[in-house]
Design a protein around this ligand. Structure first.
Ligand code: NAD
Length: 480
C-alpha cells in the first residue's frame, strides 16, 4: 500500500483528522494506496505556510527563482520511469502515453515557465510633455490551483509553474482520483530545495478540501481545470468574494473533415484525436463531421483503424488504449452508449465493456466505440461523454457543418481537415472555440493562449496569458 501525504510548509504530513481515502488502480479495480482526506484545517495550515513564505519568495531574484524551477524540472526528469509508472497506475493510461506525453510535458511546463519568468516584462505609456506611466506586474499572494484526473501531472504543473514563476505562493489540490504523481512532485520539490511553504499540496475530496480552498478568504485567485458543473459551483463561491478566476472546463469538440482532405493522413490523425487517452482528453474530437461525398469511404477506413487499437493492460507495451479512470466513470460512459442506441444511433464498432484476462480481470475497460446515425441535436452529440466514444455525422455544406459544430454549449477545441487553405481560414474564423487545429491535432506551442469559450471556460492559460493571470497590474503615473 502506498500512503500519500500532504506537502505543507516543506514537510510531508498526514491530514489533521488522520482520515484517509482509498486510491484505486483502474486497470485492476483494486485499492493500492491511501490518500489524506483533508479538510479546511489542512487548507488553513497550507495557507498559513504560504503566507509566511510569500514575502521572501516574491522578493527572490529572478535568476534564483528560475534555477529552483529548473531543479524541479530536472528532479522529475531524473525520476522519469518512476513518474511514468505512477501516472499509468493511478490513471489507467498506457505506460507508452505517460512516457511520450504526460511526464515529459510536466517537465517542459516547469522549464518553460522557469525561462519565461526571466523574459516577462511590463508596459510603459508615455504622455508627451506631461508624464509617463509604467505598469508593475506584482504577484497576487496566495493562489489556489485545482486540477482534474485526465492528465494529472501535466495539468497540475501547467498551473503551478506559472503561479510560482510570477512570485506567488501556492495551495494546490490534485484530483483525489489521481494523486500519486503530485505526491512524487512534493518529494522532488523537497529534494530541489524549494523554500518551505512556497508550494503546498493538499490532497482530498473536491467538495471538502477543494471547496475549502475556494472559500478561503486569503486565497486571492483560483486557477481551476475540471468539469463545467464544478466550474459553476466554484464561480458561485469565488465571484462574490471578487477572486481572480481562471476556469478551464469541459468540451464536446468537433472534427470537420472535408472531401479534399489528405485522406489517409486525416483518417490516421482523426482516430488519434478522437480516442487518445481512452478519449479522456478535454481536447479530443468526439464529434466527427464528414463531407457527404466521402462519408462512406471515410467511415470504412476510420472504423477499420479503430478496430486495430488494442485495448489492454496499461503496463503492457503493446496496449494502445488502457483502462477508464474509475468504475463510476466507466458506468457513465456505458450509460451514454446505451442512450446513443435509444436515440437511434448505430454502433459501428465497440459499444461494450471489455473483460481482460489475468491481472486486469476486475479492471475498467471499454471497447473503442464509433456510432453513426445520430441527429446532431441529440444528447449523445451535445453532452460531454469523456470516454472512448465518437460519433460520425455527414454534412453537405460549410454552412451546415458550422451550424452543427457550433450547436453545443461548449467551445473548447476543434480541428479542420482540408487542403483548401482559404476554406480552412474561413471555417476557423467562424468556429466557436478557443482552439482551432488545421490538419493537425494537439500540436502544442506553450506560448499560445489556451482555453475555451461558452461553457468551456473563462480566461486563458499558456505563455504570457498565465503570467498575466497570476499577477496584478498596477499603473504608476509620474508627472514630468
Ligand atoms: P471535476 O470537476 O470533477 O474535478 C476537477 C477537480 O476539482 C478535482 O481536483 C476535484 O477534486 C475538484 N473539485 C470538485 N468539486 C469541487 C468543489 N466544489 N470545489 C473545489 N474543487 C472541487 O473534473 P474531473 O472529473 O476531475 O475532470 C474531468 C473534466 O475536466 C472534464 O469535464 C474535462 O473536459 C475537464 N477538463 C478540462 C480541461 C481544459 O483544459 N478545459 C482539461 C482537462 C479536463
Amino acid at each position: 500500500m502506498i500512503t500519500i501525504k500532504n506537502y505543507i510548509n516543506g514537510e510531508l504530513i498526514e491530514a489533521v483528522s488522520k482520515k484517509h481515502l482509498d486510491n484505486y488502480e483502474p486497470a485492476t479495480g483494486k485499492v493500492y494506496g491511501l490518500i489524506p482526506d483533508s479538510d479546511s484545517q489542512d487548507v488553513q495550515l497550507a495557507v498559513d505556510a504560504a503566507k509566511k513564505a510569500f514575502a521572501a519568495w516574491s522578493n527572490t531574484g529572478l535568476e534564483e527563482r528560475m534555477m529552483l524551477l529548473m531543479k524541479v524540472a530536472d528532479g522529475i526528469e531524473k525520476r522519469m520511469d518512476e513518474f511514468v509508472a505512477a501516472e499509468s497506475r493511478d490513471n489507467g493510461k498506457t505506460l507508452k502515453l505517460a512516457r511520450a506525453v504526460d511526464i515529459p510535458r510536466a517537465v517542459s511546463n516547469f522549464k518553460f515557465y522557469a525561462s519565461a519568468l526571466q523574459h516577462f516584462a511590463s508596459e510603459s505609456h508615455q504622455m508627451p510633455g506631461m508624464g509617463v506611466n509604467y505598469t508593475l506586474r506584482q504577484p497576487i499572494g496566495v493562489v489556489g490551483c485545482i486540477s482534474p484526473w485526465n492528465l494529472p501531472l501535466y495539468l497540475f504543473s501547467w498551473k503551478i509553474a506559472p503561479a510560482l514563476a510570477t512570485g506567488n505562493c501556492v495551495v494546490a489540490k490534485p484530483s483525489e482520483v489521481t494523486p500519486y504523481t503530485a505526491y512524487l512532485l512534493s518529494e522532488v520539490c523537497i529534494e530541489a530545495g524549494l523554500p518551505k511553504g512556497v508550494l503546498n499540496i493538499v490532497h482530498g475530496l473536491g467538495g471538502k478540501a477543494g471547496q475549502a480552498i475556494i472559500e478561503h478568504p486569503e486565497i486571492k485567485a483560483i486557477s481551476f481545470t475540471g468539469g463545467t458543473e464544478t466550474g459553476k459551483k466554484i464561480a458561485a463561491t469565488a465571484a462574490p468574494m471578487f477572486k481572480k478566476l481562471s476556469l478551464e472546463l469541459g468540451g464536446k469538440n468537433p472534427t470537420i473533415v472535408f472531401a479534399d482532405c489528405d485522406f489517409d493522413e486525416t483518417v490516421k490523425q482523426t482516430v488519434t484525436a478522437s480516442l487518445s487517452n481512452q478519449g479522456e482528453i478535454c481536447l479530443c474530437g468526439s464529434r466527427v463531421f464528414v463531407e457527404k461525398s466521402i462519408y462512406e469511404k471515410f467511415k470504412e477506413a476510420f472504423v477499420a483503424r479503430v478496430k486495430t487499437l488494442k485495448t489492454g493492460d496499461p503496463q503492457d507495451e503493446k496496449s494502445m488504449m488502457g483502462a477508464i479512470v474509475s468504475k463510476q466513470h466507466k458506468e457513465k460512459i456505458l450509460s451514454y452508449i446505451e442512450l446513443a442506441q435509444q436515440e437511434g444511433g448505430k454502433i459501428l464498432c465497440g459499444g461494450k465493456e471489455l473483460k481482460i484476462e489475468g491481472r486486469c480481470a476486475e479492471g475498467y475497460f471499454i471497447e473503442p466505440t464509433v456510432i453513426e446515425g445520430l441527429d446532431y441535436k441529440c444528447r449523445t452529440q451535445q453532452e460531454e461523454i469523456f470516454g472512448p466514444v465518437v460519433t460520425l455525422t455527414p454534412f453537405e455544406s460549410e454552412e451546415e457543418v458550422l451550424t452543427m459544430a457550433n450547436s453545443v454549449k461548449y467551445g473548447l477545441a476543434s480541428s479542420i481537415w482540408t487542403t483548401d487553405l482559404s476554406r480552412a481560414h474561413r471555417v476557423a474564423e467562424k468556429i466557436e472555440a478557443g482552439i482551432v487545429w488545421i490538419n493537425c491535432w494537439l500540436l502544442r506551442d506553450l506560448r499560445t493562449p489556451f482555453g475555451g469559450v461558452k461553457a468551456s471556460g473563462v480566461g486563458r492559460e499558456g505563455g504570457w496569458e498565465a503570467m498575466r493571470f497570476f499577477t496584478e497590474a498596477k499603473n504608476v503615473c509620474i508627472k514630468i
